[in-house]
Write a protein that binds this ligand. Structure first.
Ligand code: APR
Length: 361
């Protein structure tokens, strides 16, 4: 089999890239290890930056997002027992954030792709990328029990942190920077109407807490905890009591409701370089992992797809000027680094130490 761009991974980065390529008239095949049901229900980020909204709307994938997304013109920061509002739209000349779950973006993009009859294969196994330094890279995989080989002009590795595409970059070429934090987040999805109109980040002596939401009926709430915290030690009653203790301010009462899901996420930051080797390109979590604050992983992944899409299209068509593809790494790698620096003041130091060849942790 042949295609123009082979895309590994049907997360937000891979699906957005496939959509943008389609808009340019470029064929692609998307290969996903998990089932459709799994990727459509994997609870992840839900805060879209203005640039992400613009990308999805521009790609023709914004119809439901515009209808159901909840626009926030500000965020709350709570510290010293007081809540302060940061008026984002006022400060940025009109930009806003939109609350719309990653699951919903993934559902929208999958539906559009399958309705158009474009190839998207779920539950593929044993994916491996070969000959990335040649003109004809190949992806081998097993689908419905049959071994397959896909010859591509270019390969996009959008297969997340645990993916296989990064392995196509030889060990001597790939440099990895990472940092693990001594805390995690206990994330809760509750069927409770959010009493907070906007997202609120709370700094307290008991630890961090985040008030977020997914819809007018569903709250998304987080508590800082140990990275190896046993979620079994957190019955619903304890979660509500701890949230109330951390987010209390005069005049605010948290609404309680049935907890539909709870889980612990360890905090980690990671950047790989280069983001390209030969004809394979890394995008999204495959290239950089961010803490979940502000949905940075999703926003950065979709930003990667936006940057890469038209450049891959121009290359496949033979219109690209020499060096165009190099600009992907030049433009996107600093974004990955910048987001990390913003989330962790010590990151610069870690990077410098890594470059000097010292152990990271
Ligand atoms: N073969 C095929 N698919 C794979 C393989 C593989 N070997 N390994 C992983 N995948 C799939 C995963 O199952 C997943 O669906 O690749 C997809 C990668 O998607 P994400 O992990 O969602 O990564 P990305 O698209 O880069 O999205 C960026 O946003 O909310 C944040 O960190 C969160 O994942 C999120 C990120």
């Amino acid at each position: 089999m042949r295609t123009q761009v082979g895309i590994v991974g049907a997360g937000p980065a891979g699906l957005t890239l496939a959509r943008l390529l389609r808009a340019e008239g470029i064929e692609s095949v998307v290969l996903e290890a998990r089932s459709r049901d799994y990727v459509e229900h994997r609870i992840r980020a839900g805060v879209l930056e203005q640039g992400t909204v613009d990308t999805l709307v521009g790609a023709g994938a914004g119809e439901r997002l515009r209808r159901e997304g909840i626009v926030h013109h500000g965020i709350g920061l709570q510290f010293g027992g007081e809540r302060h509002r940061v008026p984002l739209s006022e400060l940025t000349g009109g930009a806003a954030i939109v609350i719309y779950g990653q699951t919903e973006i993934v559902k929208d993009l999958i539906a559009i792709r399958l309705d158009a009859g474009d190839p998207l294969h779920f539950e593929v196994e044993d994916v491996a990328v070969h000959d990335v330094e040649s003109d004809r890279p190949r992806i081998t995989y097993v689908h419905e029990g049959r071994p397959q080989e896909l010859e591509c002009d270019l390969v996009a590795g959008c297969d997340g942190f645990h993916g296989v595409c990064r392995e196509a970059i030889p060990a001597g070429v790939l440099t990895e920077f990472w940092r693990e934090y001594p805390y995690g987040w206990l994330g809760v999805l509750a069927h409770a109407a959010p009493a907070h109109g906007e997202v609120v980040y709370c700094n307290t002596e008991r630890g961090f807490a985040l008030l977020s939401l997914r819809s007018p009926e569903v709250s998304r709430l987080y508590l800082q905890c140990r990275p190896d915290e046993d979620v079994g030690e957190w019955p619903d009653e304890r979660i509500w009591e701890e949230l109330e203790a951390r987010v209390a301010v005069p005049g605010y009462t948290l609404n309680r409701g049935p907890i539909a899901e709870k889980g612990v996420t360890g905090m980690r930051s990671y950047v790989a370089e280069p983001m390209r080797h030969g004809r394979v390109f890394l995008a999204g979590d495959a290239a950089h992992v961010h803490s979940p604050v502000g949905g940075q992983g999703m926003n950065t992944g979709i930003g990667d797809a936006m940057n890469l899409g038209w450049k891959l299209a121009a290359t496949v068509r033979g219109w690209a000027r020499p060096g165009l593809l190099d600009t992907y790494e030049q433009e996107r790698h600093p974004v990955g680094e910048m987001v990390l620096r913003m989330t962790d003041g010590a990151y610069k130091l870690v990077m410098a130490r890594t470059r000097a060849g010292l152990a990271l942790r």
